[in-house]
Design a protein around this ligand. Structure first.
Ligand SMILES: N[C@@H](CCC(=O)N[C@@H](CS)C(=O)NCC(=O)O)C(=O)O
Length: 223
């Protein structure tokens, strides 16, 4: 039996969504973020030394990193419904999106979040304007343009196909869901990027996604 070690408001939502689409039986073990630090509880380190979510267990196997989990589930349980491409361009495209989501798109989104947090963090009043100035400048001149380049790229890709790998939902969509729905929820992506917005709406409208949301509980990036 698969166990999803699920943290509230986290990337493991994409794993629940995938399992619901695959209609594979699984159970959820729930973990709550510390409301002040937003860190996962130490108990998650008992499953995997990094203590991050998602992580799943399947019998004796412990599988960590969303991209690996999604690929593992597609290979093990999706052979009939969502088989991962074996080779050639189709395999390259599939692997590309699995890596791109966490390896290229998430880092600037995370940097933006950190600099936004700096602005509201407690600090001596006389330091605040300086910290705020540095955070704003960094986001405007460095991180913002980097995110724009990524979003233009993804927008252009989605203007050509319904799902990331064409007409059919695939593992690439589960992996790309977290950065894109977070970007829409935070207002980074809006009407100026209609294909990303519509893709996120399409994801959120799927019955399997709604079931995953209901089972997973608190998740800030879907309505
Ligand atoms: N690249 C990893 C990132 C894992 C990660 O950072 N997860 C966050 C939740 S979205 C987490 O566990 N945060 C709590 C913490 O760091 O204590 C993946 O995709 O699995």
């Amino acid at each position: 039996m698969i166990t999803v070690h699920h943290l509230n408001n986290s990337r493991s939502q994409r794993v629940l969504w995938m399992l619901e689409e695959l209609e594979v039986p699984y159970e959820i073990r729930y973990y709550e973020r510390d409301p002040k630090t937003m860190q996962a509880p130490p108990s998650l380190k008992k499953v995997h030394p990094l203590g991050k979510s998602p992580v799943i267990t399947d019998g004796d196997l412990v599988v960590a990193e969303s991209g690996v989990i999604i690929d593992y589930l597609a290979r093990t349980y999706g052979k009939d419904t969502m088989p991962p491409p074996g080779s050639g361009q189709a395999w390259l495209d599939y692997t590309y999106w699995l890596h791109y989501a966490e390896g290229s798109l998430m880092p600037p989104l995370l940097m933006r979040l950190v600099f936004e947090k700096v602005k509201t963090s407690p600090m001596p009043f006389f330091v605040k304007p300086v910290a705020k100035g540095i955070a704003n400048k960094t986001n405007q001149t460095f991180i913002g343009p980097m995110i724009d380049t990524h979003m233009d790229f993804v927008e252009s890709h989605l203007s050509k196909s319904t799902w990331f790998l064409g007409d059919n939902l695939s593992a690439a969509d589960f992996q790309m869901s977290f950065p894109l729905e977070a970007s829409v929820a935070r207002g980074i992506v809006g009407k100026n990027r209609p294909h990303i917005t519509e893709w996120v709406e399409r994801v959120h409208a799927r019955p399997a996604y709604r079931r995953a949301l209901e089972k997973g509980g608190e998740y800030a990036f879907a309505d």
